[in-house]
Design a protein around this ligand. Structure first.
Ligand code: NAX
Length: 328
């Protein structure tokens, strides 16, 4: 049998962690034939709660779960990590300024980037889920100079999956018939879900649906503000769906996108589509064996251009803010 893959999960005692860890242990992250060793990273105050989650993981007797270790410092937590899921972050609380939020998260993602640089496995792949995910990924990557930038990604797969679900609902087609969806930009309310390049059963989705009012007034805001709608309805933020998207992101990264299709990932821009080099922005990507490539040559109409530019401007502002704070 294969050697276990070391998977580090931060924020392991949180609500996403509670959905994510059990499915990782069940084989949903890497596949049904790959054993995993979990390395749970928490802050000291939450270690006891993480121990409780580890007890439950034990009690599932998952055949693929080769071990669980719990850590309260990034140096140990990321040692030997092949896959790192950075879920724990400092949430925005009432009265908090944006600068406070960015600097609190800088205090988390800077040392985590340094620890990944110092001790993660040579093949490490990093997914940042904790918000503001794109800029947290930028901070972590900039403190890991020996790790290729292409190993740091931010999660927009939940937004992508939300867009797929909305397109399926509107068109009546099953989700399996929806392809080539793209989330552009920031994982925030400015994100741009692109219907013009999407397909329904191989046909252009915007033409198939042919309803500009729905696109502008329903589709885009529903996808972009779904997180707030979940909080409003459930009383807490998306957890199981976020965990599911994180699994999809990593599984697709390793196992590849289907022929002719692509997915959405927040990645360090190479300047494609006018997104300034170095920003962590969401793009359409094809994946294979733990690598990805930006899909080139898509048509960006005027409407899309304005939306992408607005979200990218927000990313540039966040980058400038963390630069001023000395975090990158
Ligand atoms: P919770 O508050 O339930 O859990 C967060 C956990 O992280 C806590 O147990 C906390 O102790 C831990 N933590 C804090 N600082 C840490 C550090 N320095 N090292 C290790 N652990 C640390 O939040 P949860 O609902 O699980 O959400 C986690 C993050 O995901 C939040 O930042 C949230 O905003 C973000 N989300 C991102 C999404 C995306 O699509 N990119 C969607 C879902 C979610 O909103």
């Amino acid at each position: 049998t294969r050697n276990p893959v070391n998977v580090t999960v931060t924020g392991a005692a949180g609500q996403i962690g509670y959905s994510l860890l059990f499915r990782i242990a069940a084989g949903d992250l890497l596949g049904p034939d790959i054993p995993v060793k979990l390395r749970l990273l928490e802050i000291p105050q939450a270690v006891k709660a993480a121990e409780g989650v580890a007890m439950e993981l034990d009690d599932c007797a998952f055949p693929l779960l080769a071990g669980i270790d719990i850590f309260d410092n990034p140096g140990d937590g990321f040692a030997g990590a092949n896959v790192a899921l950075l879920v724990g972050a400092r949430p925005r609380t009432a009265g908090m300024e944006r600068g406070d939020l960015l600097s609190a998260n800088g205090g988390i993602f800077k040392p985590q980037g340094e620890a990944i640089n110092a001790g993660a496995a040579d093949d490490v792949r990093v997914l940042v889920v904790g918000n503001p995910a794109n800029t947290n990924a930028l901070i972590a990557a900039s403190h890991a100079p020996d790790v290729p930038k292409s190993r740091f990604t931010a999660m927009t797969r939940l937004d992508h999956n939300r867009a797929v679900a909305q397109i399926a609902k509107k068109s009546g087609a099953p989700v399996t018939e929806i392809g080539n969806v793209t989330i552009w930009g920031n994982h925030s309310a400015t994100q741009y879900p692109d219907l013009y390049n999407a397909r329904i059963s191989g046909k252009n989705a915007a033409e198939y649906i042919n309803d500009q009012a729905w696109l502008e007034n329903s589709f885009i805001p529903t996808v972009a503000k779904r997180g707030a709608a979940i909080i409003e309805a459930r009383g807490s933020s998306s957890a199981a769906s976020a965990a599911s998207a994180a699994l999809d992101h990593v599984f697709t990264w390793f196992h590849g996108t289907a022929e002719g299709d692509w997915t959405s990932m927040g990645i360090v821009s190479d300047g494609s589509y006018g997104v300034p080099e170095g920003l962590v922005s969401s793009f359409p990507v094809t994946t294979r064996d733990g690598n990805f490539e930006i899909v080139q040559g898509l048509e960006i109409n005027e409407f899309s251009r304005a939306r992408i530019d607005a979200s990218v401007k927000e990313l540039a502002d966040e980058r400038d803010a963390v630069r001023e704070l000395g975090l990158i």
